[in-house]
Ligand binder design. Sequence first.
Ligand code: UD1
Ligand code: UDP
Length: 363
Amino acid sequence: MITHVLGARPNFVKAAPVIAALSASRQAAGGPRRGQRVIHTGQHYDERMSDVFFRELGLPEPDANLGVGSGSHAAQTAAIMIALEKEFIERSPELVMVYGDVNSTIAAALVAAKLHIPVAHVEAGLRSFDMTMPEEVNRRLVDQLSNLLFVTSPEAVGHLAAEGVGVDRVHFVGNPMIDTLLSHLDAFDTEAVRAAHGLPERYIVATLHRPANVDDPQIAAGLVKRLHEIADLADVVMPVHPRGRKVLTEAGLDDHPRVKLLEPLGYVDFVATVRGAAVVVTDSGGVQEETTILGVPCLTVRPNTERPITITHGTNRLVTAEGLVPAVERALAADAGEREVPPLWDGKAGPRIARVVEDWLDG
Ligand code: UD1
Ligand code: UDP
């Protein structure tokens, strides 16, 4: 039995092709080789942060939802660990699969490792080298605890080697988030979302949810000022992550006639909106990768990125709050420029991961 632990929005997008490929490889073998169990920690729980992804991405209904909800880092991580320890002891999985860099990821890896259950980490080796980001702490620790490390980007292999992770554990397989994107290309109906949200031909999509951008009211207010300035250039549509909702709204985010605030969008509507955008302004990890493949200029409001391949190969640029307006002006004036698809971002990461997992477990 393979147990997948999922908790937050980006986990769902990354896990869907892996779970599907593991089911398919089992069927191809002519019968059930090993079962899969999907545990939802409940870290994200709003319909629009969770259920919509299960429906749209064909994820199986979770076998259990731990219902931990929100809390401080310690409270949330500890609640997930306590509930998962019981689950793993009862079910004795052969392998625990974890995704990305969220608190559910580190909680699951830590519990599994202490119970001597092997861990597979999908999206291993990414590094921002910024330990003020909770995700960087989670990534580094999960990689130390993992037996199988699935890497989306070549430089991640070097990061893992530098941290003493044995090369035999590391597998460069491509990017399952891009599997999900490519397999839904026909579903992204930009005209329909533009009509539904009353968007003009040329618009900007903005998403912000990093603690460094939205937790401090003063920093958030500075970003709101810049978002108003870019709204003078083109309409801004912003599906607001629940983390920043209160602070950004109190800073007057919707006090501009060309800023349109939305609830978080489901995957299909969100990517359709991004696909039609003239520019995307974001601090999301996944959106940097998706815009690279869609060829949409991406301005990432962060001092660093753990995904440098989106800059070297894709359409991504890092910007400061102060640099945002000129960067948007430039992006609106030019086309997205040359871009190259990063190696193995070809829609086949899920099957590659499934093959390595099955072979490793068959031992
Ligand atoms: C988490 C991840 C982050 C990831 C993001 C994806 C960690 C440390 N952070 O951040 O890496 O980029 O998910 O979206 O794991 N809330 C709701 N409804 C929900 C979920 C959250 O209202 O369904 C609100 C709560 O007020 C909560 C806050 O959002 O306190 C933050 O949620 P949390 O899961 O702790 O972290 P995210 O900011 O979502
Ligand atoms: N996303 C979505 N609806 C939204 C915003 C984002 O479906 O309103 C998708 C996005 O396309 C990507 C994933 O959620 O697949 C990224 O999640 P998020 O930005 O929350 O997390 P991060 O990637 O920063 O960890």
